[in-house]
Ligand binder design. Sequence first.
Ligand SMILES: Nc1ncnc2c1ncn2[C@@H]1O[C@H](COP(=O)(O)OP(=O)(O)OP(=O)(O)O)[C@@H](O)[C@H]1O
Ligand SMILES: [Mg+2]
Length: 281
Amino acid sequence: MNPNLSDLLTRTDSIMSGANGWHPDPDLLLPSGIYRGTVHAGVDLGTAYTVLIVLDENCQPIAGEYQFAEVVRDGLVVDFVGAVDLLRKMKSKVEEKLGFTLTSAATAYPPGVPQAEVRATANVLYGAGLDCTGLIDEPTAANNVLQIQDGAIVDVGGGTTGIAIFENGKVVYTADEPTGGTHFSLVIAGSTGSTFEEAEALKKNPNEQTRLFPVIRPVMEKVGTIINRHIQGHQVERIYLVGGTCAYPGMDKVVQEVTGIETVLPGNPLFVTPLGIAMHN
Ligand SMILES: Nc1ncnc2c1ncn2[C@@H]1O[C@H](COP(=O)(O)OP(=O)(O)OP(=O)(O)O)[C@@H](O)[C@H]1O
Ligand SMILES: [Mg+2]
């Protein structure tokens, strides 16, 4: 596993929450606003969050933005105009922080998404004024960050649970199933009589998470059951959790209980895949 992982994720958290200490080398900044230095940008169009992250030449985060938006569902662009509009706004906010114009980025797709849909994802970038210079599947992106040789990376996002099994550093099996953070929120909405938006907020509020744990535990167990079904026939000795939903305290313990396999939560799981996408640009 990446020996600098915990540092990298801590730094990413601080950049994504607005920290800004980076400045472009003035000698490499053209009057047109184009930067001649090396930077890497990545766009993750998720079911719940659209994320834009920019890294420096050493693949360390220097600026980023993320926004809740329902423009993509499980890898399929469901609101093209909305997605382009959102990304263009996020791009210009990030450019303001950086002091130069972003010209290209990489993006990603969940395994199993048809090629036509992958092209639609790339077209969102072009529409927002970014050359799409890299397309990568999400588990491989996550593993750019985690750098595991063997084990399963499980990405529990807003809409789906993606599973990728790695052997000797290569993906040997992938699956994607429709259970994710949205289901957590729906269960909370049902049991507390709140709207979906209120339930989302309750779910992410650390002061509510202990009280709500028994309510969402069955959904966590379902994620564990899904993992069990897909790792049948593979020698998986460790499970690595990524994706925003895995930030709910206790998720790693429940998955470990249901699967009987050591389960690791590597820091804040929300930005692992977006970081790995940027590394691909
Ligand atoms: N602290 C938190 N505790 C619990 N859930 C969280 C927390 N932070 C974010 N989430 C949930 O994580 C989900 C979003 O995660 P992520 O950004 O990985 O998904 P996505 O990439 O948008 O979706 P998908 O991969 O399914 O397309 C949302 O359901 C959100 O409510
Ligand atoms: Mg995702």
